[in-house]
Design a protein around this ligand. Structure first.
Ligand code: HCA
Ligand code: CU
Length: 398
């Protein structure tokens, strides 16, 4: 499968789509910090809000261009000559143009006909080509647009010389199969590259981005943590996890160990936690709990670890103080503490932990205290009341 995916290029839109997240209000310094981190990670493009949006947006875009990063700086504009001129004046390397092509958005938004859309697009594309910057033209709301209309527009802008066309699942309604079908049609209709932008309303953002790549898309829009309008788009960590699982070589040029810092910093700026179910960077992404799992993982982590935490600068955790705990994991912990337990002791402590954890989970320190108490017992004369081991009253796990 992955063999079909070529050289993926990431267009990170944390500073554009991400700014549309309800809780986002980045300062200039924060935007520049995010951009530096994304650049160090290795994304190929960083997309920033249009300079037309507000005076601060224009100043920030200029400051971003001024950083002289390796990543190419794009801005996202409407299809008007005023907007594209302002964008180019800020020094961007490329402009991501968009136009809504679906009937519901045409009605609720701009009210233009297909011919009018094409006329405006042609003028902007010609101007941008003359200015010597990269041009992308995207159809907003592609999955509620007529396929024949889409293909007509994409073929026309391809002929006008855009570097890539964009396909946007603006309201997050597409399934991977639908994505594969539409992207394949577009792939057959244009020579230029294809950018994919998909929202997560139906929980398919990462799957859809991957389906787009399988069908011939070359560029994928992401944001850090997947932030964006409503519940956002494909997250950078999610896309990286998905690609790595198919073939680590697909993400070999990125500094994967920087992902946790990137996600943590952006979460901090937004005043949120990294979502518990985030790929790679969630607090529990490499935590193993049930006895069956921990037993196997301690023998060979690959048993239940499709991603190697070390590659991403993360480490594995094995939880012990809960009712699903297993004897092997406790024996392993004891060994780490330099304690060898007899089979009988091991069974006893496992039983005790389970019984106790039925009331509340035990912290690591509490489990350790129990193991160490048993070690004492081994050294001292036999405890006449083995079940009466006292429990530490330490706090619950964080
Ligand atoms: C929006 C625009 C957009 C644009 C995507 C693109 C979308 O905020 O509605 O330029 O490809 O989701 O359609 O983010
Ligand atoms: Cu969007």
């Amino acid at each position: 499968m992955a063999g079909e995916i070529g050289n993926v290029r990431i267009v990170d839109s944390t500073l554009r789509e991400g700014e549309q997240f309800a809780q986002a209000h980045f300062t200039t310094a924060q935007k520049l910090e995010i951009a530096r981190l994304l650049d160090a990670f290795g994304v190929e493009y960083i997309e920033h809000t249009s300079p037309v949006a507000s005076p601060q947006s224009e100043r920030d875009l200029r400051a971003l261009v001024g950083l002289g990063l390796r990543a190419r700086i794009l801005t996202h504009t409407r299809c008007t000559l005023d907007d594209v001129r302002r964008a180019v004046d800020c020094g961007v390397h490329g402009v991501n143009l968009l136009f809504a092509t679906s009937e519901p958005l045409r009605r609720a938004s701009h009210g233009r006909t297909l011919d009018q859309i094409l006329e405006q697009a042609a003028a902007c594309i010609a101007w941008l080509r003359e200015a010597g910057v990269e041009v992308r033209f995207s159809c907003e709301d592609a999955f509620r647009s007529d396929v024949a209309d889409l293909l007509r527009i994409y073929s026309a802008v391809d002929a006008l010389g855009v570097d890539r066309v964009g396909i946007a699942d603006t309201v997050g309604i597409a399934t991977p199969r639908q994505v594969e079908r539409l992207v394949s049609h577009v792939r057959a209709a244009v020579r230029c590259d294809i950018e994919w932008h998909g929202h997560n309303d139906g929980g398919c953002a990462i799957a859809n981005a991957y389906a787009a790549l399988e069908a011939g898309a070359t560029h994928i829009d992401t944001t850090v943590l997947g932030i964006g309008e409503r519940n956002g788009i494909a997250s950078l960590s999610g896309l990286i996890a998905r690609l790595y699982l198919s073939d680590p070589a697909l993400v070999g040029r990125y500094r994967l160990e920087l992902l946790p810092r990137l996600d943590a910093r952006v979460a901090e700026m937004l005043g949120i936690e990294i979502p518990f179910n985030a790929c790679i960077t969630s607090r529990t992404a490499f935590t193993h709990k049930a006895g069956l799992h921990t037993n196997a993982v301690l023998r060979d982590p690959r048993a239940y670890e499709p991603l190697d935490p070390g590659v991403f600068g993360c480490s594995r955790a094995v939880l012990l103080g809960h009712r699903l705990t297993g004897r092997h994991a406790i024996a392993h912990r004891a060994q780490t503490l330099g304690v060898t337990l007899s089979d009988e002791q091991l069974q006893r402590i496992t039983r005790e932990i389970k019984a106790h954890a039925d009331q509340r989970p035990l912290s690591d320190a509490e489990v350790d205290a129990l193991i160490l108490a048993l070690a004492e017992e081994r050294r001292a004369p036999a405890n006449p009341h083995p079940e009466a081991t006292s429990w530490s009253t330490g706090g619950l796990p964080a």
